[in-house]
Design a protein around this ligand. Structure first.
Ligand SMILES: O=C(O)C1=C[C@@H](OP(=O)(O)O)[C@@H](O)[C@H](O)C1
Ligand SMILES: C=C(OP(=O)(O)O)C(=O)O
Length: 445
């Protein structure tokens, strides 16, 4: 159990400067996992060294791969080849990370090994049936707690069969778990998604030499297919800065008068940029400079200046492209002029915390008028002025709730306290140092 780390954020002057936010979490997990089942060496530049990703690295080692950080900060993974993962002698502890757990459950399911997965108190509450149901159809077996929660034993098989599966929820983790099981399954495995979710698994699999195709179906859904049992070859990977992490200094700069921050090399995969589209619609001054391609992923340098924001309606179909950014968008909406309505937020209830409830409770404590709809919408009534603040906000083991309220505390009239900032290290190590370097005032209490 990590020791709680209460933090306080108070308003300061303008934020200014350049920060390179850490590497993309989704891409980092995938680079370690695919590197571990490729033949030869995978060299990863800019891997996120957050706790979530370090749990994946540790798990890949227990499964037989080598994964080490060099003194130059570059990670090198020596893979075992597809089908070569070894049965781990210990429980695989995925910490706080839904992505690590769900993707790895998929990857090991088509290996003839038995693995026991567990996580922390937050992860062990999160639903896993969404991955075990389709993986069972492919031939893996599972023994877990009721409701399909971790701890969970996966009895994998080298006789898995391909399926065609329509996702019942828009989830890149579920899509990826099935594709990763399909990777070591003879034949073609297809996942159909009605709403496009992040496609880092597909892009990176192609980079490693697999055949992954996408086809638009008559009803508009996307069918993603992987041809099983390819030879994957170790590659060089350059991880872009995480757009989900860049969201925090970006929103902080928008809220603090006089601010200008520069965020180089941020991932701009269109399946991830919903927050930036939304902020621009709200009136944000964000320039996307030097757009370029970095090893198969689009990136840009972001220049963000203080802006007066207006409330808008954020449509439900934008949710997959900004799913982790609603807490920080809610902080921005609390300072905007007018009402912001965010539609289609049901999935927020099954993240590291029930983010819909945590955001609504925290904002209410800070003096913001909010409503949670029966349709899982969130309405935030902004007054055009930052809220009062002056509250202690509960974070429920959730890094994004902690960072979002610390950002709001940079603008609110009175400081905002968060009860525990320890989980920030899961995705954004040195968040406090980087933000304070820009001129924020976040302190331990
Ligand atoms: O595939 C991924 O890397 C992720 C997918 C999303 O989860 P869901 O697939 O549950 O929506 C997101 O919330 C998570 O932070 C990372
Ligand atoms: C939901 C998140 O991560 P995960 O599902 O991997 O725990 C997140 O980082 O906001």
């Amino acid at each position: 159990m990590m020791q709680a780390k209460p933090l306080r954020s108070s308003s300061t002057g303008a934020l200014a400067g350049t920060v390179r936010v850490p590497g993309d979490k989704s891409i980092s997990h995938r680079s370690l996992m695919l590197g571990a089942v490729a033949v030869g060496e995978t060299v990863i530049h800019g891997l996120l060294e957050g706790e979530d990703v370090l749990h994946t690295a540790a798990a890949m080692r227990l499964l037989g791969a080598q994964a080490e950080r060099g003194a130059d900060g570059v990670w090198r993974v020596r893979g075992v080849g597809l089908g070569g993962l070894a049965e781990p002698a210990q429980v695989l502890d995925m910490g706080n990370s839904g992505t690590a757990a769900r993707l790895l459950i998929g990857l090991v399911a088509s290996h003839p090994i038995t693995c026991v997965f567990t996580g922390d108190a937050s992860l062990n509450k999160r639903p896993m049936a969404r991955v075990t149901n389709p993986l069972e159809q492919m031939g893996a077996r599972f023994v877990g707690r009721s409701g399909g929660r971790l701890p969970l034993t996966v009895v994998g098989s080298d006789q898995t069969v391909p399926i065609t599966y329509r996702l019942p929820v828009a989830s890149a983790q579920v899509k990826s778990a099935i594709i990763l099981c399909g990777l070591n399954t003879a034949g073609t495995t297809t996942v159909i998604e009605a709403e496009p979710t992040r496609d880092h698994t597909e892009l990176m699999l192609r980079h490693f030499g697999a055949t992954v195709t996408t086809e638009r179906l008559e009803d508009g859904a996307l069918a993603v297919s992987v041809v099983g049992q390819p030879e994957l070859t170790g590659r060089e990977i350059f991880v872009p800065a995480d757009p989900s992490s860049a969201a925090f200094p970006a929103v902080a700069a928008l809220l603090r008068p006089g601010s200008e921050v520069f965020l180089p090399g941020v991932g701009m995969n269109p399946r991830r940029t919903g927050l930036y589209d939304t902020l621009v619609e709200m009136g944000a001054d964000i320039a996307f400079e030097n757009r370029r391609d970095q090893a198969g992923e689009p990136v840009a340098d972001l220049r963000v200046k203080h802006s007066s924001l207006k409330g808008i309606v954020v449509p439900a179909d934008r949710a997959p492209s900004m799913i982790d950014e609603y807490p920080v968008l809610a902080a921005a909406a609390a300072c905007a002029e007018g009402t912001t309505v965010m539609l289609g937020l049901k999935e927020l209830r099954v993240k590291e915390s029930d983010r819909l409830a945590m955001v609504a409770d925290g904002l209410t404590k800070c003096g913001v008028k909010v409503e949670v709809g029966a349709d899982d919408s969130l309405t935030v009534h902004g007054t055009g002025k930052p809220p009062q603040g002056g509250a202690t906000v509960a974070t429920a083991m959730d890094h994004r709730i902690a960072m979002s309220f610390l950002v709001l505390g940079m603008a609110s009239a009175d400081p905002i306290h968060v009860d525990d900032g320890a989980f920030i290290d899961t995705s954004f190590p040195d968040f406090v140092g980087l933000m304070n370097g820009l001129g924020a005032n976040i302190k331990g209490i």
